[in-house]
Design a protein around this ligand. Structure first.
Ligand SMILES: [Zn+2]
Length: 408
C-alpha cells in the first residue's frame, strides 16, 4: 500500500488543484455571473495563481514531468480513500514530499492544492474534513469534488471561500424557502444544527458518514463490560485561556504541551468543548452536560476523553470559563491574563468506559477512540443556565456489534 501511496496522492492532488483552478477560472470568465460573485472569487484565484506559479517554477527546476493516464486515476482514488481511512494524514503527505529531491509537476501542484484547500492542515478538524471530502467526492464530477472539499472545510470551521455553485447545489432549498437560513449560510456553507430541518437525522444528506457509518458516536453505555487493557495517564498543563464560540458549542483551545498517554502512545490535547445534555448515556441516562477533551497522536489518531457534568455544587473551573465566555460567535477570544488548567475539569478517579466511535458532529469521521469517565463532576444549576446552547447533543447511535470495555 505504502509503495503506491505516493503515486496515488500525487494524482489526486494534481486533479484537485487543476479542478479548483479550472472551475474558478470558468467562473471568473463567465459573463453570466454577477460582479459580486467575481470579486468573491478573485482572491481565491490570486492565491491559486501564486500557488501554481510557484509549483510550475519548482517543477521546471526539477525537470521531471511525467503525465499520468487519467482513467487509472479513478481506480487509484479508491485506494487513496482506503489509505486515508487507515490513518494517513495530510502531514504524512508533506513529509513524504519533503523527502523527495526532485518533484514532479503533479506533486508540486498537488501540494499547492493541499495547502490551498486546507489552510491550517495541522488542525484535526481540517484533516477530518478533508478525509470527509474525499469520501464524499464523486471523482467523475470535478465540480462536486471541489464543492465537497470546500463545504467540508467550511463546516469544520475553516475560513475557506465557498464557490457560489457549491452553495447552490447544497443549500438550494433552504435559500429559496427561508431568509434566516440564507443569512446563516454565509457563516456555514453546509448548515447543520441540532433541531428541525438541520437536525441530526438530516446530517446524512450532506455528510454520508453521519447517516451510513457503522461506528458512530455517541453511544448508550450499557454493560456487561469486558475489562479494558488500556491505561490512561493525563498530563495537562496550565496555559493562557483561549475560548471560541463556533456556533455549535463553546470550545477551549489548548496550547501545545498538555498530553494524554494511552498505554505507550502519546496524544496531544488540542481542545475541549461542551454538549448539553451529555451526548453519551450511561445505562440509558444522560448527564446534564458533557465535556469532550479532544486529543491527537503524531500519527493523526484521535482520542476523546468525556467528562460527565451533573447538577450539584458550583464548579470553580466552570466559574473561570463562564466568566470569560466569548462575546460573539466565530473568533477566538483571549481574555487578558487569564490562565486555565484543563486538569481542573477532571474527576479524581479516572475509571473509564472505552469504545471506538466517531466525531459527534459533521462530518462524523470514524476511527475515534472514546474514553468516557465513570465519575461525573459537579456543575451548579446557575452555571448550567449560563451555558449559551440550550441543546447541542447528538442522540445516541446504534452499537452495531461494537464492544464497550471498562478500565482504570
Ligand atoms: Zn463533542
Amino acid at each position: 500500500m505504502k509503495k503506491y501511496l505516493r503515486l496515488i496522492l500525487e494524482i489526486l492532488l494534481g486533479i484537485c488543484l487543476v479542478a479548483t483552478a479550472t472551475l474558478a477560472y470558468w467562473n471568473f470568465s463567465s459573463k453570466k455571473h454577477l460582479n459580486e460573485q467575481v470579486s468573491e472569487l478573485s482572491q481565491q484565484i490570486d492565491e491559486m495563481k501564486e500557488s501554481m506559479e510557484k509549483a510550475s517554477e519548482e517543477a521546471e527546476a526539477a525537470k521531471e514531468v511525467k503525465p499520468e493516464p487519467e482513467n487509472s486515476a479513478i481506480q487509484e482514488m479508491e485506494a487513496l480513500k482506503a489509505a486515508f481511512a487507515n490513518g494517513i494524514v495530510l502531514q504524512d503527505v508533506e513529509t513524504l514530499y519533503k523527502a523527495q529531491k526532485a518533484l514532479s509537476a503533479e506533486r508540486q501542484v498537488g501540494l499547492a492544492s493541499l495547502k490551498l484547500l486546507t489552510k491550517g492542515a495541522q488542525d484535526e478538524g481540517t484533516i477530518a474534513a478533508y478525509q470527509k471530502a474525499l469520501e464524499m467526492a464523486e471523482w467523475s464530477n470535478r465540480l462536486q469534488t471541489v464543492c465537497a472539499a470546500q463545504n467540508a472545510l467550511a463546516a469544520a470551521g475553516q475560513k475557506v471561500k465557498v464557490l457560489s455553485e457549491c452553495k447552490k447545489s447544497t443549500d438550494k432549498d433552504a435559500e429559496s424557502k427561508d431568509d434566516s437560513a440564507k443569512k446563516d449560510d454565509k457563516a456555514h456553507a453546509v448548515h447543520w444544527g441540532y433541531e428541525g430541518d438541520n437536525g441530526p437525522e438530516h446530517w446524512g444528506d450532506a455528510f454520508p458518514v453521519c447517516g451510513k457509518g457503522k461506528k458512530q458516536s455517541p453511544l448508550n453505555i450499557i454493560g456487561p463490560f469486558e475489562k479494558s487493557k488500556e491505561t490512561l495517564s493525563v498530563d495537562y498543563k496550565e496555559g493562557p485561556l483561549k475560548m471560541l464560540n463556533n456556533g455549535h458549542t463553546i470550545q477551549v483551545n489548548v496550547e501545545p504541551g498538555s498530553s494524554l498517554t494511552i498505554g505507550k502512545e502519546s496524544f496531544d490535547l488540542l481542545q475541549f468543548h461542551f454538549h448539553r445534555p451529555s451526548e453519551e448515556q450511561i445505562d440509558g441516562k444522560n448527564a446534564s452536560m458533557v465535556a469532550h477533551f479532544v486529543h491527537k497522536s503524531k500519527e493523526g489518531k484521535l482520542a476523546v476523553i468525556g467528562v460527565m457534568l451533573n447538577e450539584g455544587k458550583d464548579s470553580a473551573a466552570i466559574k473561570t470559563l463562564w466568566a470569560n465566555l466569548p462575546p460573539k460567535e466565530g473568533e477566538e477570544f483571549l481574555p487578558a491574563k487569564v490562565t486555565f488548567n484543563p486538569a481542573s475539569m477532571l474527576p479524581k478517579d479516572m475509571g473509564f468506559y472505552n469504545y471506538e466511535g466517531s466525531l459527534t458532529t459533521p462530518p462524523c469521521t470514524e476511527g475515534v477512540q472514546f474514553y468516557i469517565l465513570k465519575s461525573p463532576v459537579d456543575i451548579s444549576k446557575q452555571q448550567l443556565a449560563k451555558f449559551p446552547f440550550k441543546l447541542n447533543a447528538r442522540p445516541v447511535q446504534s452499537l452495531n456489534g461494537r464492544k464497550i470495555t471498562a478500565g482504570g
